[in-house]
Design a protein around this ligand. Structure first.
Ligand code: CO
Length: 132
């Protein structure tokens, strides 16, 4: 396993890029709207991982709710697995509370599934299986 990306919620990606690109020096290599999750994402590689900036595309986006409650900041950690269905089965059998019982299509066509922060002591976990 490895950290595929860190999901960071922001009201405004263009403004956030002033810090992550302009100040820190990362490069935004991919921007995409993920309709299913009602977000616009920007991907900035850092080592073998990436920073994923998330901006809501509507008021009922999960990111809108997060921004209202907590302002911007780290929203989730995404762990890359070889076989997302096997990972979900394993976590379910071990008692973890799954938000997605089956994988969905995420950014760049990856398979993704979220695990509830109640299971992990407050961290929203995203499982990712990349398309090979
Ligand atoms: Co993510």
């Amino acid at each position: 396993m490895k950290i595929n990306h860190l999901g960071i919620a922001t009201k405004d990606i263009d403004n956030a890029l002033r810090f992550w690109e302009g100040s820190l020096g990362l490069e935004n290599v991919h921007t995409e709207v993920v309709e299913d999750q009602k977000v616009r994402v920007a991907m900035l590689p850092i080592g073998e991982s990436r920073v994923e900036l998330l901006e809501p595309t509507s008021d009922d986006s999960p990111i809108s709710k997060f921004l209202e409650k907590r302002g911007g900041g780290i929203h989730h950690i995404a762990v890359e697995v070889e076989d997302i269905n096997a990972a979900l089965d394993r976590m379910k059998a071990a008692g973890a509370e799954l938000i997605d019982k089956a994988p969905r299509i995420g950014a760049e066509g990856c398979l993704v599934a979220f695990v509830h922060p109640r299971s992990s002591g407050g961290v929203l976990l995203e499982l990712v299986q990349t398309v090979k």
